[in-house]
Design a protein around this ligand. Structure first.
Ligand code: AMP
Length: 245
Protein backbone atom coordinates (compact mmCIF):
# COMPACT_ATOMS: atom_id res chain seq x y z
CA UNK A 1 0.00 0.00 0.00
CA UNK A 2 2.75 2.42 0.94
CA UNK A 3 4.72 1.57 -2.18
CA UNK A 4 1.70 2.32 -4.39
CA UNK A 5 0.95 5.65 -2.71
CA UNK A 6 4.61 6.70 -2.67
CA UNK A 7 4.90 5.92 -6.39
CA UNK A 8 1.82 8.08 -7.06
CA UNK A 9 3.31 10.94 -5.10
CA UNK A 10 6.64 10.65 -6.89
CA UNK A 11 4.78 11.08 -10.15
CA UNK A 12 3.32 14.31 -8.83
CA UNK A 13 -0.13 12.91 -8.11
CA UNK A 14 -2.09 14.26 -5.21
CA UNK A 15 -3.37 11.47 -2.95
CA UNK A 16 -6.43 11.72 -0.68
CA UNK A 17 -7.45 9.26 2.03
CA UNK A 18 -10.78 8.62 3.79
CA UNK A 19 -10.60 6.43 6.89
CA UNK A 20 -13.74 4.52 7.85
CA UNK A 21 -15.01 1.57 9.86
CA UNK A 22 -17.19 0.48 6.93
CA UNK A 23 -20.97 -0.06 6.70
CA UNK A 24 -20.71 2.90 4.38
CA UNK A 25 -23.49 5.46 3.95
CA UNK A 26 -23.88 8.88 2.31
CA UNK A 27 -21.90 10.52 5.12
CA UNK A 28 -18.81 8.47 4.25
CA UNK A 29 -19.48 8.77 0.54
CA UNK A 30 -19.58 12.58 0.75
CA UNK A 31 -15.99 12.51 2.05
CA UNK A 32 -14.99 10.09 -0.71
CA UNK A 33 -16.56 12.29 -3.41
CA UNK A 34 -14.72 15.30 -2.07
CA UNK A 35 -11.41 13.42 -2.21
CA UNK A 36 -12.08 12.13 -5.72
CA UNK A 37 -12.84 15.73 -6.76
CA UNK A 38 -9.80 17.30 -5.15
CA UNK A 39 -7.17 14.57 -5.57
CA UNK A 40 -5.68 12.51 -8.40
CA UNK A 41 -5.82 9.29 -6.38
CA UNK A 42 -8.19 8.34 -3.57
CA UNK A 43 -7.60 5.65 -0.97
CA UNK A 44 -10.28 4.47 1.46
CA UNK A 45 -9.56 2.41 4.54
CA UNK A 46 -12.16 0.08 6.05
CA UNK A 47 -11.12 -1.19 9.45
CA UNK A 48 -13.19 -1.71 12.58
CA UNK A 49 -10.46 -0.64 14.96
CA UNK A 50 -10.60 -2.73 18.15
CA UNK A 51 -8.44 -0.36 20.23
CA UNK A 52 -10.98 2.48 20.10
CA UNK A 53 -13.83 0.40 21.58
CA UNK A 54 -14.29 0.15 25.33
CA UNK A 55 -14.74 -3.33 26.89
CA UNK A 56 -18.52 -2.74 27.22
CA UNK A 57 -18.87 -1.30 23.71
CA UNK A 58 -20.14 -2.78 20.46
CA UNK A 59 -16.93 -4.03 18.77
CA UNK A 60 -18.25 -7.56 18.19
CA UNK A 61 -21.61 -6.51 16.80
CA UNK A 62 -20.46 -3.43 14.85
CA UNK A 63 -21.97 -3.82 11.32
CA UNK A 64 -19.62 -5.34 8.75
CA UNK A 65 -20.59 -5.43 5.06
CA UNK A 66 -17.39 -5.39 3.05
CA UNK A 67 -18.99 -6.64 -0.14
CA UNK A 68 -21.54 -3.81 -0.39
CA UNK A 69 -18.91 -1.28 0.70
CA UNK A 70 -16.51 -2.28 -2.06
CA UNK A 71 -19.15 -1.98 -4.75
CA UNK A 72 -20.19 1.51 -3.51
CA UNK A 73 -16.55 2.62 -3.62
CA UNK A 74 -15.95 1.16 -7.08
CA UNK A 75 -18.89 3.23 -8.36
CA UNK A 76 -17.26 6.41 -7.07
CA UNK A 77 -13.94 5.78 -8.81
CA UNK A 78 -11.87 5.07 -5.70
CA UNK A 79 -8.37 3.81 -6.58
CA UNK A 80 -7.37 1.89 -3.45
CA UNK A 81 -9.27 0.25 -0.61
CA UNK A 82 -7.20 -0.91 2.35
CA UNK A 83 -8.99 -3.53 4.48
CA UNK A 84 -6.50 -5.00 6.93
CA UNK A 85 -7.27 -7.66 9.52
CA UNK A 86 -6.89 -6.69 13.20
CA UNK A 87 -3.93 -9.09 13.46
CA UNK A 88 -2.14 -7.20 10.67
CA UNK A 89 -2.53 -3.81 12.33
CA UNK A 90 -1.96 -5.17 15.84
CA UNK A 91 0.16 -8.33 15.73
CA UNK A 92 0.18 -10.17 19.02
CA UNK A 93 2.27 -8.24 21.57
CA UNK A 94 1.78 -4.86 19.86
CA UNK A 95 1.93 -2.32 22.68
CA UNK A 96 2.78 1.17 21.38
CA UNK A 97 -0.02 3.72 21.86
CA UNK A 98 -0.33 7.44 21.13
CA UNK A 99 -1.15 9.66 24.07
CA UNK A 100 -3.85 11.99 22.67
CA UNK A 101 -3.73 15.79 22.97
CA UNK A 102 -5.49 17.79 25.69
CA UNK A 103 -8.56 18.44 23.57
CA UNK A 104 -9.32 14.69 23.91
CA UNK A 105 -9.84 14.94 27.68
CA UNK A 106 -13.38 16.38 27.70
CA UNK A 107 -16.77 15.29 26.26
CA UNK A 108 -16.35 11.95 24.42
CA UNK A 109 -12.95 11.50 26.04
CA UNK A 110 -14.60 11.56 29.45
CA UNK A 111 -17.49 9.27 28.53
CA UNK A 112 -15.35 6.79 26.62
CA UNK A 113 -12.06 6.25 28.45
CA UNK A 114 -9.31 5.13 26.07
CA UNK A 115 -11.36 5.89 22.96
CA UNK A 116 -9.18 8.69 21.62
CA UNK A 117 -5.99 6.79 22.43
CA UNK A 118 -7.27 4.07 20.09
CA UNK A 119 -8.30 6.63 17.46
CA UNK A 120 -5.01 8.55 17.41
CA UNK A 121 -3.01 5.31 17.34
CA UNK A 122 -4.87 3.87 14.35
CA UNK A 123 -5.00 7.17 12.44
CA UNK A 124 -1.26 7.68 12.81
CA UNK A 125 -0.63 4.06 11.78
CA UNK A 126 -2.88 4.41 8.74
CA UNK A 127 -1.15 7.65 7.74
CA UNK A 128 2.16 5.76 7.87
CA UNK A 129 0.76 3.10 5.57
CA UNK A 130 -0.96 5.67 3.31
CA UNK A 131 1.10 8.88 3.47
CA UNK A 132 -1.66 10.90 1.75
CA UNK A 133 -1.47 14.59 0.93
CA UNK A 134 -4.96 15.12 2.35
CA UNK A 135 -7.00 13.12 4.87
CA UNK A 136 -10.74 13.83 5.04
CA UNK A 137 -12.83 13.65 8.21
CA UNK A 138 -16.49 14.36 8.98
CA UNK A 139 -17.81 17.12 11.18
CA UNK A 140 -20.18 14.57 12.71
CA UNK A 141 -17.23 13.56 14.89
CA UNK A 142 -16.09 17.10 15.54
CA UNK A 143 -13.98 16.33 18.62
CA UNK A 144 -12.28 13.49 16.75
CA UNK A 145 -11.40 15.92 13.97
CA UNK A 146 -9.87 18.37 16.49
CA UNK A 147 -7.94 15.57 18.20
CA UNK A 148 -6.52 14.33 14.89
CA UNK A 149 -5.73 17.79 13.59
CA UNK A 150 -3.84 18.59 16.78
CA UNK A 151 -1.96 15.28 16.75
CA UNK A 152 -0.93 15.73 13.11
CA UNK A 153 0.31 19.26 13.81
CA UNK A 154 2.13 18.37 17.00
CA UNK A 155 3.73 15.16 15.68
CA UNK A 156 4.79 16.82 12.39
CA UNK A 157 2.76 14.49 10.18
CA UNK A 158 2.90 15.72 6.58
CA UNK A 159 -0.79 15.21 5.65
CA UNK A 160 -3.34 18.05 5.54
CA UNK A 161 -6.50 17.39 7.54
CA UNK A 162 -9.79 18.55 6.01
CA UNK A 163 -13.22 18.46 7.59
CA UNK A 164 -16.50 18.00 5.68
CA UNK A 165 -20.09 18.86 6.71
CA UNK A 166 -22.47 16.45 8.45
CA UNK A 167 -24.83 14.52 6.16
CA UNK A 168 -28.27 14.03 7.69
CA UNK A 169 -31.39 12.10 6.75
CA UNK A 170 -34.33 14.20 5.55
CA UNK A 171 -35.79 14.18 9.09
CA UNK A 172 -32.58 15.56 10.63
CA UNK A 173 -30.94 12.44 12.08
CA UNK A 174 -27.20 12.39 11.31
CA UNK A 175 -26.29 9.37 9.22
CA UNK A 176 -24.32 6.79 11.19
CA UNK A 177 -23.48 3.13 10.66
CA UNK A 178 -24.80 2.60 14.20
CA UNK A 179 -28.27 3.85 13.18
CA UNK A 180 -28.77 0.23 12.01
CA UNK A 181 -29.17 -0.64 15.70
CA UNK A 182 -32.21 1.62 16.07
CA UNK A 183 -35.70 0.13 15.83
CA UNK A 184 -38.44 2.45 14.52
CA UNK A 185 -39.36 3.73 17.97
CA UNK A 186 -35.78 4.38 19.07
CA UNK A 187 -35.00 6.08 15.78
CA UNK A 188 -37.98 8.38 16.34
CA UNK A 189 -36.70 9.25 19.81
CA UNK A 190 -33.21 9.88 18.45
CA UNK A 191 -34.60 12.76 16.40
CA UNK A 192 -34.81 14.73 19.63
CA UNK A 193 -31.01 15.03 19.52
CA UNK A 194 -30.86 16.98 16.26
CA UNK A 195 -34.00 18.89 17.30
CA UNK A 196 -32.32 19.98 20.53
CA UNK A 197 -29.33 21.24 18.53
CA UNK A 198 -31.63 23.21 16.22
CA UNK A 199 -33.41 24.55 19.29
CA UNK A 200 -30.09 25.80 20.68
CA UNK A 201 -29.19 27.36 17.36
CA UNK A 202 -32.54 29.17 17.23
CA UNK A 203 -32.15 30.41 20.82
CA UNK A 204 -28.76 31.92 19.94
CA UNK A 205 -30.22 33.51 16.81
CA UNK A 206 -32.97 34.99 18.96
CA UNK A 207 -30.37 36.62 21.18
CA UNK A 208 -30.03 34.19 24.09
CA UNK A 209 -26.48 34.42 25.44
CA UNK A 210 -26.56 32.36 28.64
CA UNK A 211 -25.14 28.88 28.06
CA UNK A 212 -26.85 27.40 31.12
CA UNK A 213 -30.28 28.56 29.88
CA UNK A 214 -29.68 27.05 26.46
CA UNK A 215 -28.43 23.78 27.96
CA UNK A 216 -31.47 23.59 30.27
CA UNK A 217 -33.85 23.94 27.32
CA UNK A 218 -31.97 21.28 25.37
CA UNK A 219 -32.08 18.92 28.34
CA UNK A 220 -35.81 19.46 28.76
CA UNK A 221 -36.37 18.71 25.08
CA UNK A 222 -34.51 15.40 25.39
CA UNK A 223 -36.26 14.45 28.62
CA UNK A 224 -39.67 15.21 27.05
CA UNK A 225 -38.74 12.83 24.24
CA UNK A 226 -38.05 10.05 26.80
CA UNK A 227 -34.30 10.07 26.37
CA UNK A 228 -33.40 8.61 29.73
CA UNK A 229 -29.63 8.86 29.98
CA UNK A 230 -27.81 11.97 28.79
CA UNK A 231 -24.00 11.77 28.76
CA UNK A 232 -23.47 15.49 28.34
CA UNK A 233 -24.86 18.73 27.00
CA UNK A 234 -22.11 21.31 26.72
CA UNK A 235 -21.66 24.68 25.07
CA UNK A 236 -17.99 24.91 24.32
CA UNK A 237 -15.35 26.96 22.58
CA UNK A 238 -14.94 25.45 19.08
CA UNK A 239 -11.14 25.24 19.36
CA UNK A 240 -10.42 24.29 22.97
CA UNK A 241 -13.75 22.53 23.69
CA UNK A 242 -13.70 24.26 27.09
CA UNK A 243 -17.16 25.21 28.34
CA UNK A 244 -18.33 28.76 27.80
CA UNK A 245 -20.75 30.57 30.06
P1 AMP B 1 -16.71 5.96 10.89
O1 AMP B 1 -16.87 4.91 9.84
O2 AMP B 1 -17.91 6.14 11.74
O3 AMP B 1 -15.43 5.82 11.65
O4 AMP B 1 -16.58 7.35 10.10
C1 AMP B 1 -15.57 7.55 9.15
C2 AMP B 1 -15.52 8.99 8.74
O5 AMP B 1 -16.79 9.38 8.16
C3 AMP B 1 -15.30 9.94 9.94
O6 AMP B 1 -14.43 11.00 9.53
C4 AMP B 1 -16.69 10.45 10.23
O7 AMP B 1 -16.71 11.72 10.85
C5 AMP B 1 -17.28 10.52 8.83
N1 AMP B 1 -18.75 10.46 8.91
C6 AMP B 1 -19.51 9.50 9.48
N2 AMP B 1 -20.82 9.81 9.41
C7 AMP B 1 -20.90 11.02 8.79
C8 AMP B 1 -21.98 11.90 8.44
N3 AMP B 1 -23.26 11.61 8.70
N4 AMP B 1 -21.67 13.06 7.81
C9 AMP B 1 -20.37 13.37 7.54
N5 AMP B 1 -19.32 12.60 7.86
C10 AMP B 1 -19.57 11.44 8.47
Amino acid sequence: MRRLVTADKMQGRRVGVVMTMGALHEGHLSLVRRSVEECDRTAVTIFVNPTQFGPQEDYAKYPRQLHEDLSLLADLGVNYVFTPQPSEMYPSGHSTRISPPRVAEVLEGQCRPGHFEGVTTIVLKLLQVIPADIAYFGQKDYQQYLVIRTMVEELDVASDIRVCPIVRDADGLALSSRNQYLATEARQRALAISESLSLAEQMVRDGQRRASTIAAHMRQHLVDADIERIDYIALVDPKSLQEVR
